[in-house]
Every structure is written in C-alpha cells, then in structure tokens.
Design a protein around this ligand. Structure first.
Ligand code: TMP
Length: 204
C-alpha cells in the first residue's frame, strides 16, 4: 500500500510521520517512510537547488520540472521496488504537492502540469492520501517559529492561500482517495486520527 501525506506549510506532516511509522511497525507492518522532494541521493541534491533562497530567479516551469526529476528518481529507485516487496510506503508529499503548489499556487495550466506528473510518476497513484489541513496564516506562523524559511515558504501569503484552496479542490474531485484531518487540533488528536485512518486503510 502506498500512502501520502499532504498539506500547506506548517501543517505538521513531518513531525507526525516518525511516530506513525513506529506505531505501525509495532503492529507488525513493514513500513518505509520517505519524503519529497528528496528521499534519494539525486533527489536530495535537487531539493537543495529548488529550496535555496539564492535561486530567487527560478521560473515556475523550472521549479515544476525539477520537482518531477526528483520524483521520477524516487518512484523508480525507492517506491516501486518497495511496493513490489509488499511494504507499506508512506511519503511526506507526492504529486498532489505539484498540482497544489506549481499548478494552483503559480496558476500554471493544470492539464499540462498533470501531464508532467504522469510522466514523472509513470502513473503510480497513492492508495490513500491524507490532507493535514490548516489555516494558511496559522501554518506559516508555526513554521516561522520552527526553522528558517526555504524559497517556497517565502512565497506570498496569497500564493499559499491558492495552494490550500487547490488542495481542497483536489479533495472535492477525488473524495474516495482523500481523507482530511484538521491539523489545528492538538498534536495528539491529529496523531491518533492519522493512526486510525491508516489502520482502517491497511485492514480494508
Ligand atoms: P517540506 O519538506 O517542508 O514539506 O518542504 C517541501 C516544500 O516543497 C514545500 O514548500 C512544498 C514544496 N513542494 C512543491 O512546491 N511541489 C512539490 O511537488 C513538492 C513535493 C514540494
């Protein structure tokens, strides 16, 4: 099974993944966590280029293509082989981030972006995608307390509003694949909900 976590900035995905994985392993599942962009040596190098604040002149199409390059590598090098071995792969972000950020956020042609995504993934779809949804300003505040911003996080609040609205539109279009969790709730409540959603999916 292939599960992806998505969300606007500061939704807490990254802090939830390790305890979720540990919980599932204790229950006997063979789980492999990963993240995008990154998760491979090539992908981590591409991540550094995309996120570097020095690359302020990067065009949205360049940005879109770099994310797809990193994605093609992780799909072939990590995700497909592990799924073929029967493991549960949980990814902190996957192609819905491209639709939300590069598609809705930058206002690029959604059909063209979707075509690139299909090329990069070879058509590999998640079985379940969980949106950790949060008010944009609250999420950005959380993030700015935790770490220095990367080039993406430094985009305008309006950009991030379009990203969040884009995610909610994706949920509306494909309700069977998505589950939405209110990430403004207490951390323990969010973690518990994630555990329940993933266990339900693994048992079904
Ligand atoms: P994160 O590790 O904090 O989630 O940072 C990843 C950043 O990259 C985040 O700002 C979202 C962005 N991103 C995209 O814009 N498009 C993508 O396809 C992916 C995977 C991430």
């Amino acid at each position: 099974m292939f599960i992806t976590l998505e969300g606007p900035e500061g939704s807490g995905k990254t802090s939830h993944l390790p305890p979720l994985v540990e919980f599932l392993r204790e229950r006997g599942y063979s789980v492999f966590p990963t993240r995008e962009p990154g998760g491979t040596s090539i992908g981590e190098q591409i991540r550094a280029v995309i996120h570097d604040l020095k690359n302020a002149e990067m065009h949205p199409r360049t940005e879109t293509l770099l994310y797809q390059a990193a994605r093609a590598q992780i799909v072939e090098e990590v995700i497909k082989p592990r799924l073929a071995r029967g493991e549960v792969v949980i990814s902190d972000r996957y192609f819905d981030s491209t639709i939300a950020y590069q598609g809705y956020g930058h206002g690029q042609d959604l059909e063209q972006v979707r075509q690139l995504v299909r090329y990069a993934t070879g058509g590999l779809m998640p079985d379940l995608t969980i949106l950790l949804d949060i008010d944009v300003e609250l999420g950005l505040q959380r993030k700015s307390r935790q770490q220095e911003w990367n080039r993406l996080e430094a985009y305008t609040v309006e950009f991030h509003q379009r990203v969040r609205a884009g995610y909610l539109e994706l949920v509306r279009q494909e309700p069977h694949r998505w589950r939405v969790v209110d990430a403004s709730q207490a951390w323990q409540v969010v973690q518990q909900t994630l555990r329940e959603l993933v266990c339900q999916a693994l048992k079904s």
